[in-house]
Design a protein around this ligand. Structure first.
Ligand code: SAM
Length: 214
């Protein structure tokens, strides 16, 4: 994604440290404290500009949502959406998701969302894909037993790779769709910014859920 650098973003993120949590490691295992309640914990990796997480937070007021996004010029848009919506069940982390197991304790997370992550098509970049086995090991650690990874992409190559990667790692696959906009449950789908763009162009969206089997 080509993004305009926003030199003011850092200051705005710091000003809203009640939403953009500056020391996420401190709350490892204690996220209920941040939300002032115990509730199912849903985490989105690569939140982008926040359309999905805000949409989900409205749809599921019973759950706590955390979005992780490493680019401050992008996450600041998610913060703005959050403020505009007055969403009290959303928090943001402006860090690399490689630190996932520093942020969350074992069995702390109920649902993980990976939406339109960068495909890194070259074989030599495989380790950067968010569905590479080293990432799956982290997901398995933080997810509860029977916790779910919800995965969407427009990229057929990444989708096929990810199905294999989930399956080889021991996740159970379900709700696979090769054309989400025409799936039976399409009306329940909350779209992301990228998804909206691809859908408008008539591109197909792939979706699957990978369930933690232990
Ligand atoms: N999920 C959004 C959507 O569907 O509209 C954004 C998709 S965009 C292609 C991928 C996003 O993931 C970018 O904003 C990028 O900065 C973020 N990202 C990539 N790798 C990441 C990582 N390791 N940790 C956190 N964010 C990451």
């Amino acid at each position: 994604m080509r993004v305009r650098h926003k030199p003011w973003a850092r200051g705005k993120l710091e000003k809203h440290s009640d939403i953009v949590i500056p020391s996420p490691r401190y709350y490892n295992g204690e996220w209920g404290e941040v939300f002032h309640r115990e509730a199912p914990l849903c985490v989105e990796i690569g939140t982008g500009k926040g359309k999905f997480i805000i949409g989900m937070a409205k749809k599921r007021p019973d759950a706590n949502f955390i979005g992780i996004e490493l680019n401050e010029s992008i996450i600041v848009s998610a913060l703005e959406k959050c403020l505009e919506a007055g969403a009290t069940n959303v928090r943001l982390i402006n860090e690399d998701a490689r630190g996932l197991t520093d942020f969350f304790a074992e069995d702390e997370v109920d649902d993980l969302y990976l939406n339109f992550c960068d495909p890194w098509p070259k074989k030599r970049h495989e380790k950067r894909r968010l569905t590479y086995s080293a990432f799956l090991a982290q997901y398995e650690y933080v997810l509860k037993s029977h916790g779910v990874i919800h995965f969407k992409t427009d990229n057929q190559g990444l989708f096929e790779y990810s199905l294999e990667s989930f399956s080889q790692y021991g996740f159970l696959l379900r709700n696979i769709s090769l054309d989400l906009q025409h799936a039976r449950d399409a009306k329940d789908n909350v779209m992301t910014e990228y998804e909206e763009k691809f859908t408008d162009k008539g591109q197909r969206i792939y979706r699957c859920e990978a369930v933690c089997s232990d």
